[in-house]
Write a protein of this length. Structure first.
Length: 308
């Protein structure tokens, strides 16, 4: 009984548009679906007359999402019903409540994560329209019915899926500060995990020419002498620098620093903490040409500061 009561408000909202609600939808001959994208992001959008846009979006390295962009505020803040239903011309008429979703008042009223987004895409692909139902903010007696039409959806959806297949494995925000970890003591090569992360960076840089500075900071745990740890961090910094330069990154774009056991991110009292401290951090930046550092400063021996 408790579960049924939880859905009663949404079931009432489903049928609200039959009682004089304001309905936003596309005409039967005008779908307005459009797929677009690049290796960084894919979008599938529909323009809804008088309302604005509904947008499905997937960024490289992230899950799919959905959001609304309206010309003016329409919904009252609160919980809206999300419904998959048969188009008005289809028989028999079938409706399925997909759940409730939080909306807010304004021109950016809704943002949904992967689960609800995929439910909506599946419903549209199966021939249903998707509706968002909620009372309006300007009149509590009037309801808003936003109907996302399935007309023309499948052909653009195929383009959207093709775009998804070509996305990069990660985006700039995910990679702009990347940590690479090392085993105890001296090593003469990078681990597979480290090269995999560096390869993701290189693939991103291949497509994003705005990335033009790489700051490499190398560290060690406190297991040896201070001098040994400083030299060990330099060795790690050199490994990362050589890998990037060997795969086409201009050395003039690199700032290389090594810090030994200074600047730990975890306690050296435990093995797990020491493992976190044995690291090289690669930070990427997008600089204007005038902001780029002089070539003479691109490699810095941080031990000078460490020894002072």
């Amino acid at each position: 009984m408790r579960k049924l009561c939880r859905y009663v408000p949404f079931l009432l909202c489903v049928f609200a548009y039959e009682c004089g609600a304001v309905r936003f939808t596309n005409g039967i001959n005008d779908s307005n679906w459009s797929a677009s994208g690049s290796v960084f992001e894919c979008r599938l959008a529909q323009t809804v007359p008088l309302f604005g846009q509904v947008v499905f979006r997937t960024r490289a390295g992230e899950s799919s999402s959905f959001y609304l962009r309206s010309k003016v505020a329409q919904f009252e803040a609160g919980e809206a019903a999300l419904v998959a239903r048969s188009p008005v011309w289809a028989h028999p008429q079938v409706e399925e409540v997909l759940g409730s979703v939080p909306v807010k008042r304004g021109t950016r009223p809704l943002w949904l994560g992967r689960e609800k987004t995929e439910l909506m895409l599946a419903g549209l692909n199966s021939g249903k329209e998707i509706a968002l139902l909620r009372e309006s903010w300007y009149d509590e007696a009037e309801n808003v019915d936003l109907a996302i039409s399935n007309i023309g959806f499948r052909s653009e959806y195929r383009k959207y899926l093709d775009c998804l297949a070509g996305l990069l494995p990660a985006n700039f925000d995910q990679l702009k500060r990347t940590s690479l970890y090392f085993v105890v003591g001296y090593t003469d090569k990078l681990s597979r995990a480290a090269t995999r992360k560096l390869d993701q960076i290189l693939l991103l840089v291949k497509h994003d020419k705005a990335i033009n500075q790489f700051i490499i900071d190398a560290h060690a745990s406190a297991e040896g002498t201070r001098i040994d740890n400083l030299e060990l961090s330099k060795t790690r910094a050199d490994l990362v620098r050589d890998y990037l330069v060997g795969h086409g990154i201009p050395e003039s774009q690199l700032v290389v620093r090594w810090h030994g056991e200074r600047y730990p991110v975890a306690s050296n009292a435990s093995s797990s903490g020491r493992a976190k401290n044995r690291r090289v951090t690669v930070r990427m930046e997008k600089l204007e040409q005038s902001d780029a550092p002089p070539a003479s400063n691109t490699t810095m021996a941080a031990q000078a500061a460490d020894e002072s």
